[in-house]
Every structure is written in structure tokens, then in C-alpha cells.
Design a protein around this ligand. Structure first.
Ligand SMILES: Nc1ncnc2c1ncn2[C@@H]1O[C@H](COP(=O)(O)OP(=O)(O)OP(=O)(O)O)[C@@H](O)[C@H]1O
Ligand SMILES: [Mg+2]
Length: 123
């Protein structure tokens, strides 16, 4: 099965990244596709709107734990069910992703491949 990967990114704030991603996910699911949403924003807004309240536990691991050298979580271990059948989410939890942003600044060659490599195991 072929997977389509879409990245919604814009350095400017408040331009509709989260809203666009949410509605793209909904449209794909309505079309019968399965969707894995990856929330790469330290604010975690997308996680808030795509994950049911009961699906996140205290100390929940998330994308930061997948990307960081300081954690050995596999992406499979952080995926939680989303609010619709067919939707899964790699959540942003707590404030750890901000720290990982800083870690990646000095991480050297290959840092840009970490998300790609992690996703390759699940799509
Ligand atoms: N197509 C649209 N038409 C009108 N309003 C929109 C549209 N898309 C998003 N908005 C509104 O614009 C505001 C910002 O949207 P959103 O939070 O999706 O942006 P963002 O780029 O993810 O912001 P941030 O940089 O803070 O993560 C929200 O109030 C949202 O409801
Ligand atoms: Mg946003």
C-alpha cells in the first residue's frame, strides 16, 4: 500500500497550518483512507483537536521522545488513537519538543532525516 506524506509548514504564525492539517485529515478519512497525523508543533494544538481526552495519559510520550537522542522511544510506542476511526496521532506532549528543537540545532549531519526514518517504520 502506498503512503502519501504531506507536510504543512510555514514559518509565520497563525496562517492556518493546524486548521488545514485537521481538515485534510478529515477529508482523507471521509474518502476511506487511514491517516497518521504527526504534531510537530511544541504548542501541541493539533494534538488537542485530534486526540480524545482519554487517549493521553500522565507522562505520555510523544514526537519529542522519538526525535531526541535522550530517549529511545520508537514511533510505534507513541502513536495514540485519534477522534475518528482511521485516524492515529503522533502527539506532542508536555513541553519536551521545544527542548528537542534546541537539541537538533547542534545535532549535526543527518538530523533532518530523523522524522523520515521514524515514519518509514510505520507507513
Ligand atoms: N481558511 C480559513 N479561513 C478563515 N479562518 C481560518 C482559516 N484557517 C484558519 N483560520 C483561523 O485562523 C486562526 C489561525 O489558524 P491556525 O491555528 O490553524 O494557524 P497556525 O498556522 O496553525 O497557527 P500557529 O502558528 O499558532 O500554530 C484560527 O483562529 C483559525 O480558526
Ligand atoms: Mg498551529
Amino acid at each position: 500500500m502506498t503512503a502519501l506524506v504531506l507536510a504543512v509548514c510555514n514559518q509565520k504564525g497563525g496562517v492556518g497550518k493546524t486548521t488545514t492539517t485537521f481538515h485534510l485529515a478529515r477529508a482523507a478519512i471521509t474518502d476511506g483512507l487511514r491517516v497518521l497525523v504527526v504534531d510537530a508543533d511544541p504548542q501541541g494544538d493539533l494534538t488537542s483537536v485530534t486526540v480524545g481526552e482519554d487517549s493521553l495519559i500522565e507522562g505520555q510520550v510523544g514526537l519529542a521522545d522519538v526525535l531526541s537522542d535522550r530517549s529511545d522511544e520508537h514511533i510505534r510506542d507513541v502513536i495514540v488513537p485519534g477522534i475518528w476511526p482511521g485516524l492515529d496521532v503522533v502527539p506532542t506532549t508536555g513541553d519536551a519538543l521545544e527542548g528537542v528543537n534546541n537539541e537538533l540545532v547542534i545535532a549535526g549531519a543527518g538530523r533532518e532525516q530523523r522524522l523520515h526514518t521514524a515514519l518509514a517504520d510505520v507507513i
